[in-house]
Design a protein around this ligand. Structure first.
Ligand code: NDP
Ligand code: BG6
Length: 514
């Protein structure tokens, strides 16, 4: 108790947060945790995982007795490993001006173990190393983050679970995407993982679920009276889920070409958003209740069809003497690739709430801007008294709710409002909740939230096997058709708004992209 009080005084663990996340105060003192990042020499580990672990450490969100182990084939000693990750740690949080000191403390808890992915002996060596580091504790939990190419997920799960799982605490594995390429490969991967792990040990990550505004989606819907009654075909004309990046596949073309934008972004990130947006209210906030509702709504979704889809690929563009490279200019992409870097599709959810409402999903690389947002366009006001006074195109003057996932996170509602002054002039303006003007706090990175949730055993924001099963069922036939028929993507210039076809697709449903 004295130690706990001491820790509290030193600002060590943020107990109130710990409670929210389910780690009890009394357990926190005893908890020992070894975190293994498999594929520690890779891009994601450097870009996201180590910075997130450091941010959690800085915020006192990790158990007191934690250690981080990098594991990969590359040869490095602990010092070289620390140098490698030190460069990627940032002082996003530095309220007390002690970031440099905290970084050094964090790095002292980081170790590196070189090994092959298919070698049980090498994982046994890691196990020994962890056991040495854990020896002062009564019992240590182990979390593995598989930040490796998908073809070795199973091999690593097998070796790690046999040779390096916790002897007395829990063992959990975060598995990165892509989780399969179609229904068949998904089933194979899933069955292979189940040979070594139970469902409650597998944390399939979709980092979009860890984004602040996506987590807020259920709060917005179910903790406010004003939205839920409008959340149906009766008042909503269409829903758009949009993802765009203003850069190409730079450096990841090799991976991307095997998957394409539909598998890379739409089948997972955008579909997950759609599920949270459209599901019925869950019985509770329990992970299983939420995921049950997500599965149900995905099952009610119609098949994605080729005639409701537009595919595109970016080509090079020269602007003011600078040439922006096309997808095919990427050395890691095969010269005649027809892999789409842009796709838009319309889908319908065939249930009582959503019957007839088009959901438009759009994702593209090398477009004009970087954005991820949900746009909800409402119907016209029936018998609008101001019909002739708006002085506006009534089609544009309907209400629209926009959830801006990134950048410049926020939520705004477009409303028609009288322009102040004598006379009657109405224009469309915004009720605006822009996070940076409302909230002081810096938003945590999605990976921080998700890693913390895994440590605390909270699976709400991770994907259950049957969710993915349905997601693949909806997309596999159309992906197969695209590949069998060799459908040519429509070319669009780097930095543009994407292929014109996307506008025709929206127009087919009487929709204008927001
Ligand atoms: P990398 O290609 O950087 O691979 C990670 C590590 O795995 C490498 O450092 C390498 O380590 C090892 N590795 C690479 N290729 C092979 C291979 N063919 N066989 C065996 N080992 C290999 O991947 P990322 O870090 O980019 O991604 C990791 C995972 O995260 C992937 O599943 C990816 O799809 C997913 N992901 C990545 C994102 C990103 O932005 N990078 C975003 C979202 C998901 P060594 O040679 O030292 O063993
Ligand atoms: C990844 C995709 O899952 O998400 C990438 O593989 C994409 O292609 C990335 O760039 C986008 O994530 P974020 O968080 O930067 O929007």
């Amino acid at each position: 108790e004295a130690a706990a009080a001491d820790a509290r005084q030193n600002g060590s663990p943020s107990f109130s947060n710990m409670k929210v996340y389910g780690l009890q105060e009394e357990n926190w003192e005893k908890a020992a945790l070894s975190i293994v990042v498999v594929g520690a020499s890779g891009d994601l580990a450097k870009k996201k995982i180590f910075p997130s672990l450091f941010a959690l450490y800085y915020e006192n969100m990790l158990p007191q007795n934690f250690k981080v182990y990098g594991y990969a084939r590359s040869k490095m000693n602990d010092e070289e490993f620390r140098d490698l990750i030190a460069g990627s740690l940032t002082c996003r949080l530095n309220d007390a001006g002690d970031c440099g000191k905290k970084m050094d403390e964090f790095l002292e808890r980081c170790f590196y173990q070189a090994g092959q992915y298919a070698s049980e002996d090498d994982f046994a060596a890691l196990d020994k190393r962890m056991a040495d580091g854990e020896s002062e504790q009564s019992c240590a939990d182990r979390m593995f983050y598989l930040s490796i190419p998908p073809n070795i997920f199973t091999t690593v799960a097998a070796c790690a679970s046999k040779a390096a799982s916790s002897k007395c605490g829990w063992t959990r594995m975060i598995v990165e995407k892509p989780f399969g390429k179609d229904s068949e490969s998904f089933q194979e991967l899933s069955a292979a993982l189940y040979e070594h792990l139970r469902e409650d040990q597998i944390y399939r990550i979709d980092h979009y679920l860890g984004k602040e505004l996506i987590e807020n989606l259920t709060v917005l819907r179910f903790a406010n009276l004003v939205f839920e009654p409008l959340w149906s075909r009766q008042y909503i004309r269409n829903v758009q889920v949009i993802f765009s990046e203003n850069f190409g596949t730079e450096g990841r073309g090799g991976y991307f070409d095997q998957y394409g934008i539909v598998r890379d972004v739409i089948q997972n990130h955008l579909l997950q958003i759609l599920a949270l947006f459209a599901m019925e209210q869950p019985a509770s906030l329990d992970a299983e209740d939420i995921r049950n509702e997500k599965v149900k709504v995905l099952k009610s979704m119609g098949q994605v069809r080729l005639e409701d889809m537009v595919l595109g690929q970016y080509r090079s563009r020269t602007t003011r003497g600078t040439t922006l490279p096309g997808y095919l200019d990427d050395d890691t992409v095969p010269p005649n690739s027809i892999t789409p870097t842009f796709a838009a599709c319309s889908v319908f959810i065939n249930n009582a709430r959503w019957d007839g409402v088009p959901f438009l999903l759009k994702a593209g690389k090398a477009l004009a801007n970087k954005a991820a947002e949900i746009r909800v366009q409402f119907r016209h006001v029936p018998g609008n008294l101001y019909r002739n006074k708006l002085g506006l195109d009534l089609d544009k003057a309907t209400n629209e709710l926009v959830i801006r996932v990134q950048p410049n996170e926020g939520i705004y509602l477009k409303v028609n409002n009288k322009v102040p002054g004598l006379g009657l002039r109405i224009d469309t303006t915004r009720l605006d909740l822009t996070y940076k003007s409302k909230y002081q706090a810096t938003l945590p990175d999605a990976y921080e939230r998700l890693i913390l949730d895994c440590i605390n055993g909270d699976r709400r924001l991770f994907i259950r096997n049957d969710e993915l099963e349905v997601a693949w069922e909806k997309f596999t036939p159309v992906l197969k058709e695209i590949e069998d028929r060799g459908v040519q993507p429509e070319l669009y210039p780097y930095g543009s708004r994407g292929p014109v076809g996307a506008h025709y697709l929206a127009a087919k449903h009487g929709v204008r992209w927001g």
